[in-house]
Ligand binder design. Structure first.
Ligand SMILES: Cc1cn([C@H]2C[C@H](O)[C@@H](COP(=O)(O)OP(=O)(O)O[C@H]3O[C@H](C)C(=O)[C@H](O)[C@H]3O)O2)c(=O)[nH]c1=O
Length: 182
């Protein structure tokens, strides 16, 4: 199990040990003490699973007052996964980190509380699963527009393709107008 730093010190890439054999493979998807040693000290209260078609973009989402830390991974397919620092007090406010998560690389991403999160589906289909440190609170959920020019996120969207987003995400706020974290 390797814990890799990113340009956002609080956001961590996790590369699990994958034990392959003639039957298939085995890997640990969560281990409190190994993750704590790797700098991720979290307690999860909710586990989610979403399935999306190619070209779907979900995000950028975050929850005020009760921000969720998320340990995210892909069990089927490939996505480009993005975390954005939404803490006004952070020297990296508005900076983002993105990485391909797939059932090939088996990578996970730790998106801490205080960060917005979203992903773009690169494969025909993607099953996306993630653990959250706080319960879902729709009344506290906010959305930053995926294509906010102030963020300049490169989602690896093919040229001339337009992502398919929910009505809620299509009306996401610009970062400069959004209510974010102190
Ligand atoms: C997130 C969530 C949603 N729902 C219900 C609410 C809606 O009826 C339906 C779809 O919700 P939504 O369109 O908000 O789902 P996503 O667009 O996948 O939202 C997620 O996408 C980005 C990538 C995230 O990081 C967040 O975890 C989360 O906001 O599931 C629940 O019942 N519980 C939940 O925890």
């Amino acid at each position: 199990m390797r814990f890799l730093p990113t340009v956002l010190p609080e956001v961590v890439v996790v590369e699990p040990d994958v034990f392959g054999d003639a039957r298939g493979f085995f890997l640990e998807t969560w281990h409190a003490s190994k993750f704590r040693e790797g700098g991720i000290d979290a307690e999860f209260v909710q586990d989610n699973h979403s399935r999306s078609r190619q070209g779907i973009l979900r995000g950028l989402h975050y929850q005020l007052e009760r921000p969720q830390g998320k340990l995210v991974r892909v069990v089927t397919g490939r996505v480009f996964d993005v975390a954005v620092d939404l803490r006004r007090s952070s020297p990296r406010f508005g900076q983002w980190f993105g990485i391909e998560l797939s059932d090939e690389n088996q990578r996970m991403l730790w998106v801490p509380p205080g960060f917005g999160h979203g992903f773009y589906v690169l494969s025909e289909k993607a099953d996306f699963v993630y653990k959250c440190t706080e319960f879902y609170a729709p009344e506290l959920e906010r959305c930053i527009r995926w294509n906010d020019p102030d963020l300049g996120i490169d989602w690896f969207i093919p040229t001339h393709a337009t992502p398919l987003v929910s009505a809620k995400d299509a009306e996401g706020a610009r970062l400069r107008e959004a209510e974010v974290y102190p």
